[in-house]
Design a protein. Structure first.
Length: 114
């Protein structure tokens, strides 16, 4: 799976345009993803994280990095030896694409706007 492009409010993944936040996991895209508290990411917002136990969680915090990652996610990832990478969405896209050939199980959650 490859993210072909990202710009404010738009992401193209494997030729498909997405205009709402997405989670990528198990080689599928969960489109129209939304969090309970808009700009605050909590563990409950990523149910696949607890089910799949990935090697890496990549969080794209928005074009300007305004989405905040709750402390419970840091703690959960540390306790379960999950590498947590969070960056503004432009840089998180680069990390995601660079890691595609790593052989690691990756979950990526992207906020596409602010």
């Amino acid at each position: 799976m490859r993210i072909e492009s990202y710009q404010f409010g738009k992401m193209v993944i494997d030729g498909i345009l997405h205009t709402h936040d997405v989670i990528i996991h198990e080689n599928e895209v969960q489109a129209d993803w939304w969090r309970k508290h808009s700009h605050h990411l909590t563990l409950a917002d990523i149910p696949c994280l607890q089910k799949e136990k990935p090697d890496v969680l990549i969080v794209g915090t928005g074009k300007f990095g305004l989405m905040k990652v709750n402390k419970e996610i840091f703690a959960y990832c540390e306790q379960n030896c999950i590498e947590l990478i969070f960056k503004d969405s432009s840089h998180a896209v680069d990390v995601f694409n660079d890691m595609q050939d790593s052989g690691k199980h990756i979950i990526a959650a992207f906020h596409l706007t602010c």
